[in-house]
Design a protein around this ligand. Structure first.
Ligand SMILES: Cc1cc2nc3c(=O)[nH]c(=O)nc-3n(C[C@H](O)[C@H](O)[C@H](O)COP(=O)(O)OP(=O)(O)OC[C@H]3O[C@@H](n4cnc5c(N)ncnc54)[C@H](O)[C@@H]3O)c2cc1C
Length: 359
């Protein structure tokens, strides 16, 4: 079993899809037969790409109710309530585990019922599509927030907010995480993304990442094992669910640390549209350029598709004021296309895209 962490690729439009090789193509299936049996619904599936036939079973409604009993879960959870973009259809199941044992137990239950699993943090780097997410979504942000300080090391659970860890570091007189105090995500999501700002990156101050794989293996990884790159890490290829992260910092003066945090956060508030729903910078910084400058130079500031638009304050931020992920995708595609045509630079999404386009 694998975990879904979304795609750093804009799904192609319906017209483009048959000609392009992308992870989205794998999802194209034809259901040939659907039969109601005593045990539930049996679907015979023909997978176009592989040309093979397989059988899937779906539980009956009454059996589905007892699934995930004893866990904190919500059924048909609207993902717009769990993402900073405030977009996305329902997750079939959304679970809030309290520790690694619960994560593994949730996996086993999902596997037993043939459900795919997706892990999310605070949802501040996500576009969830209008059809929502099938199967189980595990959100670590709610119940896994412990932060412990020991000497110049801080170990935080994956669901702790980066702002909380940066504050704990300031309280302990430790410098090195000031850059992260305004990044509105969790330690887990930030580690997977190697989040960074103002010249700092989490990968530079992380010394250990603990987690589990879906088959129950506990992993303790060094900075080198994590292969941190620009907004990337090895978490996806390792199938890692991050549970705890240890940061190593330098001794400093609390007052100076807090002053630096305040200065960076003031710069952020001045430049970024923090009062409007977004997922931060929509595109990665292309080598030798700034995505926001390219978007601005192409005259796209304020350009809108339906209820989404390019921020007038910071062209790298795409803003949502409505309820349509399809509009947001169309805006991302448009920006990517225009910048490629006019500036000759291909913008790669920084936002991770999750879920189905239709229910
Ligand atoms: C206003 C605003 C400003 C921002 N500024 C910055 C910035 O300055 N720098 C920057 O880098 N980013 C920035 N971001 C983007 C975002 O906050 C970061 O990428 C953040 O680290 C994502 O954390 P998250 O908990 O929200 O992760 P999510 O968005 O929930 O998930 C991100 C990815 O990590 C995976 N994931 C999450 N938790 C786990 C886990 N425990 N185990 C395994 N996989 C996991 C998810 O599957 C997904 O692929 C900004 C966003 C906003 C809205």
């Amino acid at each position: 079993m694998t975990i879904a962490q979304g795609f750093s690729e804009i799904p192609p439009t319906a017209e483009d899809r048959p000609r392009r090789r992308s992870p989205w193509r794998k999802r194209k299936r034809n259901f040939l037969l659907s039969v109601q049996s005593k045990k539930g619904i049996i679907k015979v599936v023909f997978e176009k790409r592989k040309g093979c036939v397989k059988v899937e079973t779906a539980l009956r409604k009454e059996d589905r109710k007892s699934m995930f009993e004893g866990f904190e879960v919500i059924q048909n959870a609207p993902m717009r309530d769990y993402t900073t973009l405030r977009l996305g259809g329902p997750a079939d199941w959304l679970a809030f585990p309290a520790n690694r044992e619960e994560i593994l137990a949730l996996y086993r239950e999902a596997e037993r019922n043939g459900l795919p699993v997706t892990v999310i943090g605070r949802g501040s780097n996500l576009l969830v599509l209008d059809g929502g997410i099938r199967g189980l979504v595990i959100r670590v942000e709610k119940n896994m927030k412990d932060i412990r300080t020991e000497g110049n090391r801080i170990t935080a659970q994956a669901g702790a907010l980066l702002s909380a860890v940066a504050n704990a570091a300031a309280r302990a007189g430790l410098t090195g995480l000031e850059f992260a105090s305004g990044i509105p995500g969790t330690v887990g999501g930030g580690t997977v993304m190697n989040a960074g700002a103002y010249g700092g990156e989490l990968g530079n101050v992380i010394v250990r990442v603990d987690g589990v794989t879906p088959d129950g293996k506990a992993l303790s990884l060094s900075r080198e094992d994590m292969k941190f790159g620009y907004r990337s890490s090895a978490a996806g290829e390792l199938g890692l669910i991050v549970t705890d992260v240890t940061f190593e910092l330098e001794p400093g003066e609390e007052e100076a640390i807090r002053a630096r945090m305040a200065e960076l956060n003031a710069r952020r508030a001045e430049k970024q549209p923090l009062d409007q729903p977004s997922a931060g910078s929509a595109f990665k910084r292309p080598e030798g350029y700034y995505a926001s400058a390219l978007i601005d130079q192409c005259g796209l500031k304020g350009y809108s598709v339906g209820s989404t638009r390019v921020s007038e304050k910071h062209a790298g931020f795409l803003i949502n004021t409505g309820e349509s992920s399809a509009d947001f995708l169309a805006l991302m595609r448009h920006v990517q296309k225009v910048v490629e045509e006019r500036a000759g630079v291909r913008l790669e999404p920084e936002i991770r895209v999750l879920g189905e386009e239709t229910l």
